[in-house]
Design a protein around this ligand. Structure first.
Ligand code: C2O
Length: 552
């Protein structure tokens, strides 16, 4: 492979959206950040230099980091943050992966402005399992707050009333014409008639799962989380924060006498505060023979707007999830673990005040407001990096290896759902021997919850072998698991009022974070970590840390 060098200067820059100008933290002054393009087998060397007043770390979301966990990025998990005025060189090889991923800051809420596409092309010797597209276009969804997002997180942690919602969603950093004072900040995709475009969709939003559609056009889904899927046609995509989806867009054969909006807005199943607004970009056909500029001609054309599913269309969400299957063919096999060494059942909980009698309710506000937890543990980040503590054998006082393998309070939807299940703060991990085959059931407990929880696992792809609503039934549900062609991904929505079952092989030594990719839920404690021990062979061991690994 090739060695590719990038330089990320973390600096302030004034950015104006919706007529509000604020200083935002950027990479190289770009918002959204620069696009990284590499090929499978390449080595990426990215020097990150911190010129701002916040500590920083960068995560390469979905990159497996085989043996190279020091470069994964989550602050206080695999590294101490890069402090003010310091730098750190991320240096890793992309092994056995190709497709659309993204990178983002992984400390506090800095990923609100620090994110960008990470595109891994197939090796020169291999091809896409579909015809080569005319052009490839990254489309990255984000959110915009008129106020400082650090103030938003403080508010979310302290008031317990849910975070201040964003003021707009964005496509490639632009809110689009459906917001006030925003028409000039519209993403425009200019296309030719009769061509196929590969759209690389990335949901980098902090807090919302999104529907996405292009008026009068059908999309063919071909990849999810940088793994090819069996192709299927759809008018609408559902994409959770942390997920990526590649779709093929075939443009109309003839230049149409119309212009088309592409829009995205949230999928939310319950009550709560969220931004119920719509970001729009335009799909514009280039007029081949006219000399006038195309946006002038665009203005006079009839404009079509897509019809997105209703805000709470769970039936669409379920159908969409069920359409995703891995290719599972000779060239792209699905290596689903057929046997299981260790079974886990995790309850995924969001609790509200007040605490119930006889329960301890800790969490970020010590039980007075919100706590989010996995198996009743609201995960507290340590003051030094877990991976360092693990590698140097100094876990004492930093973390304990006793993360519960099943919930402390058995959960049952048939009873009255507990308002705030017993929650204790802790820095607890699961320790897995190398090559453990894991089955993990994630059971959502908040029947009244407003949204599904996109759980993201670092260091691995997993197979989604089953999902359902209500209580997971260990005597019945496993017989329906798909062990043949389940979708393989790194982020999966645990449905509100339901469960998902995943399997993965713990073949990557290191410390791997798992958390809800809704930023506010992560902050409230919906996170935990797996420690995977070294295997016996040299290529089964975590490599030593680089000399410039930051200290806390
Ligand atoms: Cu994209 Cu731990 O995150």
């Amino acid at each position: 492979g090739t060695i590719r060098h990038y330089h990320f200067d973390i600096r302030y820059r004034n950015v104006t959206r919706l007529c509000h100008t604020k200083s935002v933290i950027t990479v190289n002054g770009q918002f959204p950040g620069p696009r990284i393009v590499a090929r499978e087998g390449d080595r990426l060397i990215i020097k990150v230099v911190n010129h701002v007043k916040n500590n920083i770390s960068i995560h390469w979301h979905g990159i497996r980091q085989l043996q190279s966990g020091w470069f994964d990025g989550p602050a206080y998990v695999t590294q101490c943050p890069i402090q003010i005025g310091q730098s750190y060189v991320y240096n890793y090889t992309i092994k056995g992966q190709r497709g659309t991923l993204f990178w983002h800051a992984h400390i506090s809420w800095l990923r609100s402005t620090i994110y960008g596409p990470l595109i891994i092309l197939p090796k020169h010797t291999t091809q896409y399992p579909f015809a080569k597209p005319h052009k490839e276009v990254p489309i990255i969804f984000g959110e915009w707050w008129n106020t400082d997002t650090e103030a938003v997180i403080t508010q979310a942690l302290q008031t317990g009333g849910g975070p201040n919602v964003s003021d707009a969603y964005t496509i490639n950093g632009l809110p689009g014409p459906l917001y006030n004072c925003s028409a000039k900040d519209t993403y425009k995709l200019k296309v030719k008639a009769g061509k196929t475009y590969l759209l690389r969709l990335i949901n980098a939003a902090l807090n919302d799962e999104l529907f996405f559609s292009i008026a009068n056009h059908t999309l063919e889904v071909v990849e999810a989380d940088a793994v090819y899927v069996k192709p299927f046609m759809t008018n609408t995509i559902l994409i959770a924060p942390g997920q990526t989806t590649n779709v093929l867009l075939k443009t109309k054969a003839l230049y149409p006498n119309a212009a088309f909006l592409m829009t995205a807005r949230p999928y939310v199943t319950g009550q709560g505060t969220f931004d119920n607004s719509t970001v729009a970009g335009t799909l514009e056909y280039k007029v081949p023979s006219r000399t006038q500029n195309s946006s002038a001609s665009f203005k006079n054309l009839p404009l079509f707007q897509p019809i997105l599913p209703a805000l709470n269309d769970t039936s669409f969400a379920t159908k969409f999830a069920n359409k995703l299957h891995s290719l599972a063919n000779a060239e792209f096999p699905a290596n689903v673990p057929q046997t299981v060494d260790k079974h886990f059942l995790f309850t995924i909980s969001l609790g509200t005040s007040p605490c119930q009698k006889n329960q301890t309710c800790q969490g970020p506000t010590n039980g007075t407001k919100f706590a989010a937890s996995v198996n009743n543990v609201s995960f507290t980040l340590p003051t030094t990096a877990l991976l360092q503590s693990h590698f140097f054998g100094q876990s004492n006082g930093i973390y304990s290896p006793n993360f519960p393998i099943s919930p402390l309070i058995p959960f049952n939807y048939t009873g009255t759902p507990p308002n705030n299940t017993m929650v204790n703060n802790g820095t607890k991990v699961v320790v897995l021997p190398f090559n453990t085959s894991v089955e993990l059931i994630m059971q959502d407990t908040s029947i009244l919850g407003a949204e599904s929880h996109p759980l993201h696992l670092h260091g691995f792809n997993f197979f989604v072998v089953g999902q359902g609503f209500g209580n997971f039934d260990p005597n019945k549900d496993p017989s329906n698991f798909n062990l043949v062609d389940p979708v393989e991904r790194n982020t999966i929505g645990v449905p509100s009022g339901g469960w998902v079952a995943i399997r993965f092989l713990a073949d990557n030594p290191g410390v791997w974070f798992m958390h809800c990719h809704l930023e506010v839920h992560t902050s409230w404690g919906l996170r935990m970590a797996w420690v995977v021990l070294d295997g016996n062979l040299p290529n089964q061991k975590l490599l030593p840390p680089p000399p410039d690994l930051p200290n806390c």
